[in-house]
Design a protein around this ligand. Structure first.
Ligand code: TYM
Length: 328
């Protein structure tokens, strides 16, 4: 049987976090032997909210280097920049005309972001359809994401099913790939809030290129509780539970094993243990990143990726146009 296709993308809105790494990138790296895989930089998504042009361009280059440094193997993955492939926006338009205003209004991420700034762009509203285009253009089976993107994969499924019914089998209906631990890594200073790239909190967010001492300090000052014992208890010990999730996601140990390992530890010792695994992983990534960031290899990878991605998406685009009746 043919291998399944796994696909994901990250927005270059800021230096990526430990949450992004665990929710998306690490899953891609772990599964790249098992599945065919596509990973792209969702730069067109990044302009749904205001962003300075040079910052965006720098973030794009940084993110491609981070992908490779994290172990995304260019031989095993199709890697490209979304804006290099004009078919995404074209496909998105055809899908938009098969998506309801009402269903987009119900997207929680849209509700949250639009509440923060009443003067939001139309792109912020239609963003999930562009995400559907990213996925459906390639017939992806599996989409590794954190839980915050699950609703967007679900609307992608709804759009695909609707289009298939109306115009005949056109798209594979994808599934989200979400791991149990680490579906949502929380802010270290406010464990009720997602650790987010665009967060203003610096202390609560670990970024993949933070220097090692800063990472240790951030983990050491993570908010815990007064229970004083390492338990997996999201309700009453959200900070400690978050640190357990980080530990399990990076080591592959179960949460029970982590709790047992730190049974007699105080919070200082436990935090040191967590910092050790984060630092061990990020030190390697940062060393590779520094070698890669100024190399021509990145451009070569993106050029090659662009050509392959365009070829695949063009076919889907032509098929959709034809089925819809956009033809002479
Ligand atoms: P983005 O850039 O916000 O986040 C990238 C990935 O990281 C995951 N993630 C987290 N996982 C665990 N804990 C967290 N605290 C955390 N924060 C973020 C996200 O779930 C995501 O998987 N719309 C997407 C990008 C995108 C995309 C796509 C993804 C565009 N097109 C097609 C998959 C397929 C986004 O904004 O992700």
């Amino acid at each position: 049987m043919d291998k399944k296709l796994m696909l994901t993308g990250l927005q270059p809105t800021g230096t990526i976090t430990l949450g992004n790494y665990i929710g998306a990138i690490k899953q891609m790296v772990e599964n790249q032997e098992k599945y065919n895989s596509i990973i792209f930089i969702a730069d067109m998504h990044a302009i749904t909210v205001p962003i300075d042009a040079d910052t965006l361009a720098n973030n794009i280059r940084q993110l491609i280097a981070i992908y490779i440094a994290c172990g995304i193997d260019p031989e095993k993955n199709l890697i490209f920049l979304q804006s290099d492939n004009e078919y995404h926006a074209n496909i998105s338009w055809m899908l938009e005309c098969n998506t309801y205003h009402g269903e987009l209004s119900r997207m929680t991420q849209f509700k949250d972001k639009s509440a923060k700034n009443a003067n939001f762009s139309a792109g912020l509203f239609t963003y999930p359809v562009l995400m559907a285009a990213d996925i459906l253009a390639y017939d992806a089976d599996l989409v590794p994401v954190g839980i915050d993107q699950k609703q967007h994969v679900e609307i992608t499924r709804d759009i695909a099913i609707r289009f298939n019914k109306k115009y005949g089998e056109t798209f594979v209906v994808p599934e989200p790939l979400i791991r149990e631990a680490g579906t949502k890594i929380m802010d270290l200073q406010d464990p009720t809030k997602k650790m987010s790239k665009s967060s203003e909190s610096q202390k609560g967010v670990i970024r993949i290129l933070d220097d090692i001492n800063t990472i240790r300090k951030k983990i050491n000052s993570a908010v815990t509780d007064s229970v004083g014992k390492v338990n997996y208890d999201p309700e009453n010990q959200p900070g400690v539970t978050n640190l357990i999730n980080i530990y399990t996601s990076l080591t592959g140990m179960s949460k029970e094993e982590v709790v047992a390992k730190f049974e007699n530890a105080n919070y200082g010792e436990f935090k040191k243990g967590v910092a050790d695994v984060v630092v061990a992983e990020f030190e390697k990534i940062q060393a590779r990143y520094n070698e890669l960031i100024n190399s021509d290899e990145l451009d070569r990878i993106l050029d090659e990726g662009r050509d392959k991605a365009r070829e695949i998406a063009k076919k889907k685009y032509e098929e959709m146009k034809n089925k819809i009746g956009l033809r002479r």
